[in-house]
Write a protein that binds this ligand. Structure first.
Ligand code: ADP
Length: 218
């Protein structure tokens, strides 16, 4: 049976969860108090409805009780996030994942019935810090909150392979934009370019993709 999810709050974080779950074929009920957000998601989620999640009656009306897993991704309005979580818990929702804005918020959420509290900005910051100090990441340039360019030393799994064999774009969602070979920089590497020892790849992509690429392939 298909699992059913509800995502409350369709900002960057909730919106991304909603898109990803929908892409994976899940049944998603998208909820936001903002009509524009609902219009944006009505063709993405299975159902998209305007509702204020701090209103218990509205949530009941939406049949939230039948949902397997609810994700609360209300951003800055900590009060609304807390109240929504309490209501969901009182309604008996078994799995509640909530995005925390800060450590105090996280503490409260853990006390009032959230099963899973996520802190994406802090956690991503930590991961990036780790990848910066990893042996393979030589340099790092932040392009936006969640995109970067990194210089990665070609590891054992890459040496002797061509870019087309590695299929980094399809498998990891990031792009090798250049290869440094000593003092030379090949700014437009061909698909049949074979990677050699001491090559340095310049990779652009979302931090999560780069991190996956670096952990699995480099
Ligand atoms: P992010 O930091 O992930 O981008 P935002 O703060 O931008 O998060 O977005 C949070 C979303 O939650 C907004 O689209 C907002 O309309 C929605 N939201 C805020 N309060 C409520 C509420 N009480 N009920 C439903 N949606 C809400």
């Amino acid at each position: 049976m298909k699992r059913e999810f509800a995502v409350i709050g369709l900002g960057r974080f909730g919106g991304s969860i909603c898109r990803e779950l929908s892409k994976e074929g899940m049944e998603v009920l998208a909820i936001d108090s903002d009509e524009d957000k609902i219009n944006e998601f009505k063709n993405i989620a299975s159902h998209a409805v305007i509702a204020d999640s701090t209103d218990e009656a509205s949530l009941k009306e939406l049949g939230i009780k039948n949902i397997d897993h609810v994700i609360v991704a209300i951003g800055d309005n900590i009060q609304a996030s807390i109240l929504t979580t309490v209501i969901l818990h009182d309604l008996g929702i078994k799995r509640i994942t909530v995005k925390a804005q800060n450590d105090y918020h996280e503490k409260i959420l853990n006390k009032i019935g959230a099963n899973h509290v996520v802190h994406p900005e802090r956690d991503m910051g930590k991961r990036i810090a780790h990848s910066i100090i990893s042996n393979n990441i030589l340099d790092y340039l932040e392009l936006s909150d969640d995109h970067s360019i990194v210089e990665v030393k070609a590891g054992k799994k890459l040496i002797g392979k061509t870019l087309v064999e590695l299929d980094i774009r399809a498998r990891y969602g990031c792009n090798v934009v250049a290869i440094k070979q000593g003092k030379n920089i090949n700014v437009s590497p061909a698909a049949d370019e074979t990677l050699k020892e001491d090559d340095i790849l310049i990779v652009i992509g979302a931090d999560k993709d780069i991190s996956r690429f670096e952990k699995q392939l480099v």
